[in-house]
Design a binder for this molecule. Structure first.
Ligand code: PGA
Length: 268
């Protein structure tokens, strides 16, 4: 894992945008794995500004989102489809026919739909870069603690902590789904690169467990220790419980020097 610690959340978003931009410029037909939640919003704002400035086109981009709620329609303002349209897709030149979320309509067999999503990712050539946030309980996507590290796209029942964390986004009289379709941990590990963003004190324990804890289904993000190319972008608050912060800063200085001499090398 490459851990990069920034002074503030804006710097985290700007750096994440540089990664996405670099991929998209290098590979116009890139396949992006996208996330919802509060954390990636500032990244999407950066991508939209880049697009509006004529620096970035999504014309040939395909996207696969991590997860989607079950039991609410795509046009419901609480759906992740709506989130993606309003935070990114509506503001860039992407063909929405090439934007996918793991949906399962009423009456459809979730096992069949989950496998169909896996197949669609495969047919697109696999995910080049997967954007991730992390839950306060260490979840990635909606892979809650106890999720199999070998899991594939399927239905997950959300934990009480996730429901409580996300309750802030729902009005008191609004239906809050307790089930979701989510890419599995193995699906995420298949991505060529993973870019995980975490900001704020409430993520510090999960970040510590992910980076320095045992690989365990109790902290699904810890599975990323087994991934070859994971970059973790943190603000100071989210990094506050990491013991080796000095080392990470020093290692990044060395990486920057190597990049300056040889250029960035990404095996997309
Ligand atoms: P957040 O959610 O960005 O809203 O904190 C992250 C997550 O649950 O993966």
């Amino acid at each position: 894992m490459q851990i990069i610690i920034f002074d503030n959340t804006q710097d985290v978003a700007e750096h994440a945008a540089l990664w996405v931009k670099e991929l998209m410029l290098k590979k116009p037909g890139a396949v992006l794995g996208l996330a919802t939640g509060s954390t990636p919003i500032s990244l999407y704002q950066q991508l939209v500004s880049n697009h509006k400035a004529g620096l970035l086109s999504f014309k040939h981009t395909t996207t696969f989102n991590l997860d989607e709620y079950l039991g609410i329609a795509p046009n419901n303002s609480q759906s992740y489809r709506h989130f993606m349209n309003s935070n990114l897709f509506d503001h860039v030149d992407i063909d929405k026919n090439n934007t996918f979320l793991p949906t399962c309509n009423t009456g459809e067999n979730p096992r069949v739909q989950g496998l169909a999503y896996e197949e669609k990712i495969k047919q697109a050539g696999g995910i080049d870069l997967q954007i991730l946030g992390i839950g306060a309980n260490g979840h990635i996507g909606f892979n809650e603690p106890t999720s199999s590290l070998a899991s594939r796209t399927r239905i997950k029942t959300l934990t009480q902590q996730t429901l409580t964390d996300n309750a802030r986004l729902f009005n008191a009289d609004e239906f809050q789904p307790t089930l979701a379709m989510t890419m599995g941990i193995a699906t995420i590990l298949d991505a060529k690169y993973v870019l995980l963003m975490a900001t704020g004190e409430n993520k510090a324990q999960a970040v510590k467990d992910m980076v320095a804890g045992a690989v365990s289904a109790m902290c699904p993000a810890s599975a990323l220790q087994m991934h070859e190319n994971t970059i973790v972008l943190l603000d100071k608050a989210a990094a506050s419980q990491l013991a080796d912060q000095e080392y990470y800063h020093w290692a990044n200085d060395q990486n920057t020097k190597i990049n300056q001499e040889f250029g960035l090398y990404h095996n997309y």
